[in-house]
Ligand binder design. Structure first.
Ligand SMILES: [Zn+2]
Length: 429
């Protein structure tokens, strides 16, 4: 494994790489070329995402005093007529029933995520639109302007939604507006996105497969060096390693597109390769490694036995690793939900130590030596699994994992086909 090669690749792909854009595709092509240059079989697999385009969104206070706030429209919510919707205003906090007693004809401000169930209630009780709070009230101006596109959580919402910065939300509530207007022009669109898949075929146990994965897309404004250039480059460096150390089992190196709009790339991969999934014994996913200030975490969506085995190896290697059972907001969840035991490695920063999902996510907060530590440990872990005499990973899930899986299904609403739920708020602990 080569630190310089990894760092150069990370620099090369540190540009904004949003789902469905030419930049996402450009990043996929950079990875493809790196694999081909290394003499590894690799392909780009295109898939379709169901996304939304927002053409116009605005929020105006009409009475008692005119004011206009910067907002962005929430995709997969209902468009308004050209002239918008206009009515009273109410701050409905968490949207408990007691908050919703007098919302007919009003535009409501809500905190937290609007689940499909709440969106339905708002519509039924006659609310005209909802305003979602985002951001942090202490944010500097440069970040305040980076409200990023969001889609309705779960299923599409039959009521228009816009997103407002926390600071403006506070001002709005304090000013007790009597009449407000929301305009939202949006439609649902299908867009292409791309997974990159490299394969190193195993020697004598090649029908069994280990999948290393990471997403390589980023969000608007974010060069995504930490989230998740680091994970992507980790997977590609592992590819170089196993090219030199050919494993007994087959290893796939999967870089997923469109993770940031709801784990779409990994879900599409699992759908497209359903037949092969029964032979995939484990998925080791990476989402954000190499940050200078941070601690090593692995979220295990597998059996307790497998988690203990990972912890055991970490202790043997002197790798300080915080291991927990559960689901994670990353591509490992797609594999777990498809029945494949999985885990995600992450190096998580202390609060205030480093930020993702805005222009601060650059190489500045990263440390090549920390990056290499995670890489070396997970190479060892993968090597033990890929070369084991018998498959050491039980194909089962701890009770806690199953429960969280069920919880996620419930949160998504009944429409399990909807893949573009916004997940940014559950991104980190
Ligand atoms: Zn990520």
């Amino acid at each position: 494994m080569n630190k310089e090669r990894a760092w150069n690749l990370l620099k090369e792909i540190s540009f904004v790489r949003v789902s469905g854009t030419a930049e996402e595709k450009r990043a996929a092509e950079i990875f493809l070329k790196a694999a081909q240059d290394a003499g590894v079989d690799a392909v780009i697999e295109e898939f379709e995402t169901e996304n939304a385009k927002v053409y116009e969104a605005s929020l105006e206070v009409l009475e008692p005093e005119y004011r206009k706030y910067p907002v962005i429209g929430i995709g997969k919510t209902a468009a308004t007529a050209d002239e918008g919707v206009c009515g009273g205003f109410k701050y409905i906090e968490n949207g408990l029933d007691a908050n919703l007693t007098d919302i007919a004809g009003k535009i409501v401000l809500v905190q937290g995520r609007v689940m499909p169930e709440l969106a339905k209630k708002l519509k039924e009780k006659g609310a005209l639109a909802y305003i979602l709070l985002a951001g942090n009230i202490y944010e500097e101006d440069s970040i305040r302007n980076e409200l990023r596109p969001t889609n309705a959580f779960g299923t599409s919402h039959e009521i228009p939604g816009v997103k407002l910065h926390m600071c403006d939300g506070e001002e709005l509530v304090r000013s007790r507006p009597e009449k407000v207007r929301v305009i939202l022009k949006t439609e649902e669109v299908k867009q292409p996105s791309w997974n990159v898949v490299a394969t190193i075929e195993g020697t004598d146990l090649k029908n069994e497969v280990l999948v290393y994965s990471a997403h390589y897309d980023s969000v608007p404004y974010s060069p995504g060096s930490w989230d998740n250039g680091t994970g992507s480059v980790t997977v590609w460096e592992l590819m170089h390693y196993f090219k030199e150390h050919r494993p007994r089992r087959t290893i796939r190196f999967l870089l997923c597109g469109s993770e940031e709009i709801g784990l779409v790339g990994s879900k599409k991969y699992c759908e497209a390769h359903q037949e092969e999934l029964k032979d995939v014994i484990f998925n080791i996913n990476f989402d954000m490694t190499g940050v200078t200030l941070g601690y090593e975490h692995v979220r295990c969506s597998c059996s307790e036995d497998t988690m203990h085995a990972i912890e055991h190896l970490a202790k043997v290697e002197g790798f300080p690793l915080d291991a927990k059972l559960g689901m994670y907001s990353s591509d490992s969840s797609s594999f777990a939900e498809a029945g494949v035991p999985a885990c995600t490695f992450a190096r998580l920063a202390p609060r205030g130590g480093a930020e993702i999902h805005n222009h601060h996510d650059t190489m500045d907060r990263l440390d090549p030596d920390s990056f290499m530590t995670t890489l070396c440990f997970t190479a060892k872990l993968g090597e033990q699994i890929a070369n084991a005499a018998v498959n050491p990973i039980p194909r089962k899930f701890a009770q806690k994992v199953t429960e969280e899986m069920e919880e996620r299904a419930k949160m998504r609403g009944t429409d399990k086909k909807d893949k573009t739920a916004d997940k940014q708020e559950e991104k980190k602990d």
